[in-house]
Design a protein around this ligand. Structure first.
Ligand SMILES: Nc1nc2c(c(=O)[nH]1)N[C@H]1C(S)=C(S)[C@@H](COP(=O)(O)O)O[C@H]1N2
Ligand SMILES: [Mo]
Length: 214
């Protein structure tokens, strides 16, 4: 953990020396909010989560059912394409690999990409390896509390880097986690999501600084 006794600049120097500050990023102690469009309301009774596309069997969970799935806690460094990074953020939620290992989801062998489907039709694409990596989570909690509405309540994808393992090939910019997540579609071919259609990178690797363009 970075000592909060230090100021922003000192903390940034620390993570830089640890190899955790990607090129072109700077450390923030705040938690900026970034998204397109309004914050959707959450209706417990109407909410569901769907897994579809290239899976042996489609799945659908209500909010109550989703909360019975196996859970994990995860510390993450998150890196926004707008150049702020936030370190040692703590998340809790459901990990896709646990769902697959326990047979809740069975992707077909030809599934190579996952599209996250969010409220209001927002989408974001990642390769299956990223979605199944340790640095990706379907998060319901941040810092021990349910997500704030602005940050994706009740469920969002989290993409980032593991503090203990910087420089993995699976480390993505933070936009690769969709807020207000409602479903996952397994796909054989890659498809651009919302920001990718607007010119952001399909791959979004933070260490290779893949910000814009395909
Ligand atoms: N549904 C939805 N999710 C989204 C976005 C969005 O516009 N809509 N923007 C992405 C972008 S560009 C970023 S940087 C992060 C920001 O998450 P935050 O607001 O919690 O910092 O959410 C990502 N997830
Ligand atoms: Mo972003």
């Amino acid at each position: 953990m970075l000592s909060s006794l230090f100021g922003r600049k000192e903390q940034e120097e620390q993570v830089k020396q640890m190899g955790r500050l990607p090129p072109g990023q700077s450390l923030t102690q705040k938690f900026p909010v970034l998204h397109y469009g309004p914050v959707p309301p959450f209706n417990t009774a109407a909410w569901d989560f769907k897994v579809f596309g290239l899976v042996e069997q489609e799945a659908r969970w209500t909010w109550d059912e989703f909360n019975q799935l196996p859970r994990r806690k995860l510390a993450m460094d998150i890196h926004c394409v707008t150049r702020w990074s936030k370190f040692d953020t703590l998340w809790e939620g459901v990990h896709l690999k646990d769902l697959i290992d326990r047979g809740f989801i069975r992707p077909k062998p030809e599934a190579k990409f996952v599209m996250q489907h969010c409220e209001y039709g927002f989408t974001v694409n990642v390769p299956v390896e990223v979605a199944l990596s340790d640095a990706f989570l379907l998060a319901t909690h941040y810092d021990g509390r349910p997500l704030e509405p602005d940050h994706g309540y009740p469920l969002r994808g989290i993409a980032g880097a593991l503090p203990s393992q910087p420089h993995s090939d699976n480390d993505r910019y933070f936009w690769k986690g969709g807020k207000w997540l409602r479903g996952l579609e397994f796909m054989a071919e890659d498809r651009p999501g919302f920001w990718e259609q607007a010119g952001y990178s399909m791959t979004a690797n933070v260490w290779r600084e893949e910000r814009y363009g395909w």
